[in-house]
Design a protein around this ligand. Sequence first.
Ligand SMILES: Cc1ncc(COP(=O)(O)O)c(C=O)c1O
Length: 388
Amino acid sequence: MSLEQFKLAQKYAALQQQHLDRYTQVIDQGVTPLVQRHGKTLINFSSNDYLGLASHPAVTAATVDYLKQHGIGAGAAHLVTGHHAIHEQLEQRLAQVTGYPKAMLFSTGYMANLGVIDALMGNLTDSKSGIVYQDRLNHASLLDGARLAGAQTGVRLRRYPHLDIAQLNQWLSQDSTEQKLIVTDQIFSMDGTEAPLPDLIKTAEQHQAALMIDDAHGFGLRTQPLPKVDVYMGTLGKAIGTFGAFVAGSELLINYLKSRARTFVYTTATPPLIAAGTLAALDVIAQEPWRQLKLQQHISRLRSALMAQGWELLPSQSAIQPIIVGSAEDTLALSAKLLEQGILVSAIRPPTVPRGTSRLRITLSAAHTDEHISHLISALAVHQALLR
Ligand SMILES: Cc1ncc(COP(=O)(O)O)c(C=O)c1O
């Protein structure tokens, strides 16, 4: 037996040399807004817990109550005996809050994206190949979904430049394939920018293509009714503060996916206590609308302050506010300096983002106080002054 054939030592050394090696950072306790690491308290500007629900007392209480009564495990896959009444209740609630006829749970957003794209495009019984059109900055799981589908059939992946709907339209007009699926992040995970949904819906209709959106970073944060598309994917581990994901759509779509999405069929159902916590989190969102408003205030305030300081920001109105630094090395150095001041902001480097666009990915939460935001703004002002 030997791993030598894979040349891991050389490959890992190359990653280290380019400052692209990664490792896990241990959090001793806490989520948002504060965490403890190596005995130090840090303000966390790197979580996706946008509404501060990951440690909300009502969410915790609902989860613990369920745990005490029913234990931890689901016991089996959903299609065997792992689909508990609380899973069913959550699926019905998700259909209701999204305004779609039906919804189904997946263990993670990654699995939902793999499962849906593969089930739609990779399970062709009539052997007609299709094309999956994706924004160049789509999440890795969406790209991997198209790769998986393509591995079994002749399905092609075409990646249009970020938000370039004109290019997408041109390709859709030229391509003669019958099966066309447009897939996009609704809010782009590393940029915070938003897909132009009305244009995409119009495009899909014009070319008889199907449209799937991944609203991982928007679900739970929207105050307006959700857009109507063919496939809506939302995650539960970000604004909702718990874990997992779901897909919403027509009754036919969900019935089909329950039979054919392999990442749903061939895996153990998530612990039902997570569904109990998620239902409680959805209640909190309905009862505490101040959370969305507070988050919006933090976003506006941070953007104005950082623009005034001269930082290069992206056109993001979302809770994701990246600062583009450039090289991986400089980004790591800035992240380390902020850490000394009690601020935790991760450095995002290639291959997660394109080369030369390494960035600090600041994420805001309703759980941050005005003082936390002030502290971040003052710390960044010092570093901006040093860079000049
Ligand atoms: C846009 C997007 N889609 C999907 C996922 C995957 O979701 P999950 O963490 O539930 O696997 C993420 C992030 O994790 C994401 O940012």
